[in-house]
Design a protein around this ligand. Structure first.
Ligand code: HEC
Length: 107
């Protein structure tokens, strides 16, 4: 009885994994792209980048307004924040979604 239950649990787990992988290709995941692209700087504070999770840093930045933050992400800022945050394949909307994720994770 027990092993039968375990068997079906593993089956469903594998099925869920396959579906997640399929969704990954179609749908953009802001958190995942942040982790793979922006985290190198914004997760560590490298090059004096505003670290995600630093509430005061992001409160000050949010004073400029979300649109300005997104524009500065697209164009780069002060020669140290690279244009598009080095995500060459990200659209403007996707970059906005990542900035929103970063701000929400910090405030
Ligand atoms: C090479 C390091 C690096 C990477 C990679 C990087 N950033 Fe930055 N980012 C910075 C630095 C440094 C600053 C601070 C610039 C300043 O204030 O002079 C910054 C600032 C910002 C700001 C604040 C802009 C403002 O107007 O104050 C946002 C938003 C931002 N980055 C988003 C992103 C996103 C989204 C990604 C990934 C797609 C990303 N960054 C990748 C280094 C990086």
């Amino acid at each position: 009885m027990r092993s039968k239950f375990l068997g079906s649990a593993i089956c469903c787990f594998l099925l869920a994994m396959t579906q997640a992988n399929a969704a990954e290709d179609a749908a953009f995941d802001a958190e995942e792209t942040y982790q793979s692209t922006c985290f190198a700087c914004h997760g560590t504070g490298a090059a004096h980048s505003p670290e995600v999770g630093d509430q005061i840093e992001w409160e000050i930045r949010m004073d400029k307004g979300m649109d300005t933050l997104v524009q500065n992400t697209i164009n780069g800022l002060n020669g140290i924040m690279p244009p598009r945050g080095l995500c060459a394949t990200c659209s403007d909307e996707q970059l906005r979604a990542i900035v929103e994720f970063m701000v929400q994770s910090s405030l």
